[in-house]
Ligand binder design. Structure first.
Ligand code: PGA
Length: 292
């Protein structure tokens, strides 16, 4: 079953919009080649979907996405732990080029930590990306910058890639402390990283006030902070390394907002919550060049 695509426009409009679309696609491709960073669009499913629903969602996604989409954008899904094994099996058996991700891990490899899951266990399930320091983990479960640094090290230790989430509250934004908050989160997280680890890192800038609120940051505001994040990484790990780091924006990303966000020079992808558990919406986000 193919998911419905956009309605057909009249012929003349189609030709001109095709041309504009092609021009935009060529421009995006040129920008990307220049940047050398393949966009990464990640679906953070949070505490939603049991393993059966999870299988259904990736199957719907695989029908909606074309080989060309995967060539242009890397796509990862981050289900709850209980669905990882089922998805690993389906992605592998059906050769679906969606990358498997997790939402969290513990800093230790094993031990008396009831209810926790280690990075080592995730690696054994072919997980490639692990979100660390999501604001819900920091705010609801009290994770400190130091806890996040420990998890980051664990993810690298098992040859996976962390998606380090950072961002400010509305109050911090109003007080003008967005940059100092984000700089502190980045500095502690990157303190003990080697250069090559730093280069492979993904950072997700997620203003807390934009998460799950339907109120996305404007593309300009998001770009301003993402550009600042890159400059911070350059200070800590060198400019050449910072140019390799992929920076995602997250917070109420929707099909109608993605194209403008992706057009920003320092935004290399998106971390998508609510819209990622709907196959049609998430596929439209991945195919952002066709939107807008
Ligand atoms: P949202 O969530 O897209 O529902 O705002 C983003 C996130 O928390 O990663």
């Amino acid at each position: 079953m193919k998911l419905p695509r956009k309605k057909q426009a009249p012929k003349a409009a189609q030709a001109s919009s095709r041309q504009t679309g092609e021009n935009q696609a060529n421009k995006n491709q040129a920008d990307e080649n220049q940047r050398g960073r393949k966009p990464l669009i990640s679906g953070n499913w949070k505490m939603n979907l049991n393993h059966r629903d999870a299988i259904q969602l990736v199957q719907q996604l695989s029908y909606a996405l074309e080989p060309d989409d995967y060539a242009r954008v890397e796509v990862s899904v981050h289900p709850p732990f209980t669905a990882l094994r089922a998805l690993q099996t389906v992605l592998d058996a059906d050769r679906i080029p969606i990358t498997l991700g997790a939402q969290n891990c513990h800093a230790e490899d094993s031990g008396a930590f009831t209810g926790e899951v280690s990075a080592e266990m995730l690696a054994a399930l072919d997980v490639r990306y692990v979100i660390v320091g999501h604001s819900e983990r920091r705010e609801i479960f009290g994770e400190s910058d130091e806890d996040v640094a420990g998890k980051l090290a664990a993810v690298f230790r098992h040859d996976m890639i962390p998606i380090l989430a950072v961002g400010e509250t509305m109050q911090e934004r109003l007080e003008g402390s967005t940059q100092s908050k984000v700089a502190g989160q980045i500095t502690t997280a990157l303190a003990n990283l080697k250069k090559e680890q730093c280069a492979s890192l993904v950072v997700a800038y997620e203003p807390i006030w934009a998460i799950g609120t339907g109120r996305s940051a404007t593309a300009e505001d998001a770009e301003e902070v993402c550009s600042f994040i890159r400059s911070q990484i350059a200070e800590l790990c060198g400019k050449a390394t910072a140019e390799k780091v992929r920076i995602q924006y997250g917070g109420s990303v929707k099909p109608i907002t993605i194209a403008e966000l992706m057009a920003q020079p320092n935004i290399d992808g998106a971390l998508v919550g609510g819209a990622s558990i709907n196959a049609e919406d998430f596929a439209r986000i991945v195919r952002f060049r066709h939107e807008g």
